[in-house]
Design a protein around this ligand. Structure first.
Ligand code: GLY
Length: 329
């Protein structure tokens, strides 16, 4: 009897916690929030497609908007570009011909949301934001993520590859060689990190993942701490490239912790790449991983395994593309 009473009491408390969590998951202010003096906003994002994405983000930042809104609307630009082969519904499919999307978002209060293995939805990062804001959870996957998106007003897009994705997939089918690949010198996942005029940081990440991956494979992009991490006291970091290598060493979180211990963004990204080289048993010369970081002082740094990784920086001086330094010279 006593046991049952304790159980009922605990259940009632647990249910109350879920209800509270559902409505108050996003904290407007908590111990993670640091009050920073107003400063110049900045947004940085991975690869050349970051230039267009930064334009979308800068409209918000330059008008005094929030970093969280900027990193969502910024990468929405890339997600909407049906000619992009590595982000959004125009991306290269998995080995069974399905485009499956991963994305996440994180704000200055350590609120975060993510979606994995999501199909036929144009803006996965916006679904991730709703997971963060409307549910007590952080991550939704597959059919559940799609159902949640549809219930929240997203449209089910046609099941159709972009013309270029279809052409490349048909070419791949001739051999069907199982060698999922990330671009080494072109573009891949978009990761975006920003600081707004109040000094707050946020980040986002979105991708169609590795081309010709196994159906059901999820990469680093929806995993908080791997593809993306934000700590408003320190700064933020994001990742691109072969997600398995990034997940293995909690890439973005590792970089933020290295910055906490005194490294500059560039030193932290380099140390993270060196850790992959030291720990991984894979042939790293055939794959790409790139890291990008921004600290609270607005300093930016990046480092990659291979030549070819670049990133876009937009601040008061304009929007520019910068080549990252790399490990295998
Ligand atoms: N970084 C993208 C992926 O591995 O899916």
């Amino acid at each position: 009897m006593t046991t049952r009473r304790i159980f009922l009491k605990t259940s009632a408390l647990a249910s109350a916690a879920v209800v509270v969590g559902a409505t108050q998951n996003v904290k407007s202010e908590n111990k993670y929030t640091t009050k920073m003096p107003a400063k110049n906003p900045i947004v940085v994002s991975t690869w050349k497609h970051g230039l267009a994405a930064n334009e979308g983000a800068w409209k918000i930042l330059s008008a005094g908007g929030k970093a969280l809104d900027a990193v969502e609307k910024g990468v929405n630009v890339t997600e909407a570009d049906f000619s992009n082969l590595s982000v959004g519904l125009g991306g290269l499919p998995d080995r069974e011909g399905h485009v499956t999307l991963d994305a996440c978002i994180m704000d200055e209060n350590a609120n975060c949301g993510s979606v994995a293995f999501l199909q036929r939805i144009k803006h996965p990062v916006s679904v991730a934001r709703l997971v963060m804001e409307k549910t007590p959870h952080i991550m939704l996957a597959g059919n559940g993520a799609q159902k949640f998106a549809l219930e929240n007003g997203f449209k089910l897009e046609p099941k159709k590859l972009s013309p270029e994705a279809e052409k490349q997939y048909n070419e791949w089918l001739k051999k069907s060689e199982y060698k999922p690949k990330a671009n080494i010198e072109n573009h891949d996942t978009i990761g975006m990190i920003a600081i707004d005029a109040t000094g707050n940081c946020s980040g986002s990440c979105t991708t169609s993942g590795l081309a010709y991956k196994l159906h059901g494979r999820v990469g680093d992009s929806p995993i908080i701490g791997a593809s993306l991490f934000v700590d408003n006291e320190i700064g933020c970091a994001t990742a691109t490239g072969v997600g398995e290598e990034v997940i293995r060493m909690c890439g973005a979180h590792t970089i933020v912790e290295l910055m906490r211990n005194g490294k500059s963004p560039m030193e932290a990204c380099k140390a993270a790449v060196e850790r992959i080289v030291k720990k991984s048993s894979k042939n790293l010369k055939e794959i790409q991983v790139g890291f990008l970081a921004l600290n609270k002082n607005g300093e930016v740094g990046a480092f990659a395994l291979q030549k070819g990784f670049n990133y876009a920086v937009y601040d008061d001086s304009g929007n520019k593309l910068i080549d990252a330094d790399y490990y295998f010279k």
